[in-house]
Design a protein around this ligand. Structure first.
Ligand SMILES: Cc1cc2nc3c(=O)[nH]c(=O)nc-3n(C[C@H](O)[C@H](O)[C@H](O)COP(=O)(O)OP(=O)(O)OC[C@H]3O[C@@H](n4cnc5c(N)ncnc54)[C@H](O)[C@@H]3O)c2cc1C
Length: 491
């Protein structure tokens, strides 16, 4: 346990609710005694960029972390309100000389951290930040001109080359941590972990719960011999199958370290049946890539990466937006996806691509409206990945899908859920519709509709837009501003 003659550091947690593989915690522990703190931000909790699933994910992670710290005789200092004054008061009360934290690339977080660091420094504290939530920090990988990459493939090549020569091992922040944690008595009384309802959010058993323990067990299960990881490349596009890791909310709350994930994945990929795990590692590189894009091009928060895309003539159809949000477009694959999102706080990656393409291309609705709906409904909502995914789908981003590649929702549906298993699970109105019609139920005759218990326009909506009309309209709208422009290859 702690020694009153040693220096004391407050570790200000934000998206790193974990004791193992935590850079700021490790540095603080080497320096002396440590108190972990998290500040509940009433402004963020009241904003329209946050929703119940991520609040529940974070609160569950805080609860688990506090329980873990209490088992070790310490506590989590849970603060509420203005960052600078809360952290200063805590540091003074504890006699701490320093505040350490891990970097966050969200532009609002960067501004907050600058402000808070200046206040803490002015208050006489030493402040240090660390790269932690990405495997390679945004400045580590540059192209031959010394600029940030704009295209994924050359970025990933460089990433893999750097990994081969200088891998980042998981950080041993938990080793002998018990000797460094300030005892609960020294930390004193702090706030209880609130319930989502205390801030006006709903809660659901279907939203993911986060903790270090759940996250590690999930990683082990995914990467174990004969686990889903070994068939990732085959299964990752099938929403009816549990073929992905489901670790996104954990990575978002930081209940698992990225170095732990990458390290275990490379080890597992060496096994005789481990080849497909390489495809999973690629997705983790996409995560680093989008984090780097947000850090290097912060204008993507709120504006298209491609300047020309500012001039796309979006349609302001509020009723179409409502139908999309609520899963009532009449296209089963889009509707099932949106209901999975709204009810469970998670959506399968392939379906995120299909539903985002549908909103921006078929309905010609501004990607920012879809991005915001996702922010408020995903437990893993993360500005970098969400923005990257939306701008990719809307063809407005770096390395985005070309604007003329417009997903056909019926063909996509047949490819990814041929027997309609996923569709029937989320759309009870289609429960008795045969696999022949389930992807485009409007093709059923009136007699078949009656037999299937699914009358189009009564039990299940008619399509809100016709595919070939929508495709032509999108080609014209996007072509008018993007036809001559493409991202310069960046090798
Ligand atoms: C429109 C759109 C919005 C998205 N919004 C988010 C978001 O807010 N938060 C988020 O974490 N992911 C987002 N993604 C990426 C991806 O859909 C999710 O990470 C994935 O579905 C999470 O499930 P999983 O953990 O089982 O993923 P797995 O397939 O097991 O992948 C492992 C991890 O890699 C990362 N990852 C996977 N796919 C991608 C990707 N395409 N881009 C960047 N990182 C990826 C995630 O951290 C994920 O947890 C979005 C994708 C699209 C197309």
């Amino acid at each position: 346990m702690s020694d009153s003659r040693r220096t004391r550091t407050v570790v200000w947690l934000r998206r790193d609710l974990i004791l193992a593989d935590n850079a700021a915690l490790d540095a603080a522990k080497r320096r002396g005694d440590v108190c972990l703190a998290f500040n509940l931000d009433p402004v963020l909790l009241a904003s329209n960029r946050i929703g119940a699933p991520i609040v529940q994910a974070f609160f569950s992670a805080l609860k688990a972390l506090r329980a873990d710290l209490r088992c070790r005789g310490s506590d989590l200092a849970l603060l509420r309100g203005d960052f600078s004054s809360q952290l200063l008061a805590l540091a003074r009360r504890l006699g701490a000389q320093a505040v350490y934290y891990n970097e966050d690339y969200d532009p609002a977080a960067i501004a907050r951290d600058r402000r808070t660091s200046a206040d803490l420094t002015a208050g006489g504290l030493e402040v240090q930040s660390f790269s932690d939530h990405v495997y390679f920090g945004a400045d580590r990988l540059r192209n031959d001109q010394g600029q940030p990459y704009r295209v994924f493939t050359p970025y990933s090549r460089k990433w893999r080359a750097l990994h081969a020569t200088a891998p980042s091992a998981p950080i041993a922040s938990e080793d002998r941590l018990g000797e460094r944690l300030l005892p609960r008595g020294a930390i004193g009384e702090t706030s209880a972990v609130p319930r989502p309802e205390d801030f006006g959010f709903g809660s659901s058993e279907r939203y993911p719960a986060c903790s270090e323990q759940i996250a590690l067990a999930g990683l082990e299960r995914f990467l174990q011999p004969d686990g889903a990881g070994e068939r990732y490349a085959e299964l990752r596009d099938l929403p009816a199958v549990d073929g992905t890791s489901r670790l996104s909310a954990q990575l978002r709350a930081g209940t698992i370290g990225i170095r732990t994930c990458i390290g275990r994945a490379f080890d597992a990929a060496q096994r005789p049946k481990g080849a497909q795990i390489g495809a999973w590692i690629n997705e983790l590189i996409w995560r680093d890539f989008y984090q780097m894009i947000l850090r290097s091009f912060p204008h993507v928060d709120g504006a298209p990466f491609l300047d020309a895309a500012r001039h796309i003539a979006w349609d302001d159809d509020e009723e179409a937006l409502r139908a999309w949000c609520e899963g009532e477009t009449g296209y089963p694959i889009v509707d099932a996806a949106m209901r999975q999102l709204n009810q469970s706080g998670w959506m399968h990656n392939r379906l995120r691509m299909i539903s985002a393409s549908f909103l921006t291309k078929h309905l010609l609705i501004d990607w920012r409206k879809g991005e915001n709906h996702f922010e408020r409904h995903l437990a893993d909502a993360d500005l970098a990945q969400n923005n990257g995914g939306w701008q990719w789908s809307a063809s407005t981003g770096t390395d985005a899908v070309p604007y003329f590649r417009i997903f056909n929702p019926v063909l996509q549906s047949k490819n990814v859920d041929p027997d309609g298993v996923f569709l029937r699970a989320w759309l009870p109105a289609l429960a008795r519709v045969s696999s022949k019609y389930i992807h485009a139920p409007w093709n059923m005759s009136t007699a078949v509709q009656s037999e299937s218990g699914c009358r189009i326009g009564v039990d299940y909506p008619a399509p809100i837009v016709e595919h070939s009309f929508a495709r032509a309209r999108a080609l014209a709208a996007f072509g008018a501003v993007l036809a001559d422009r493409s991202v310069r290859p960046d090798r």
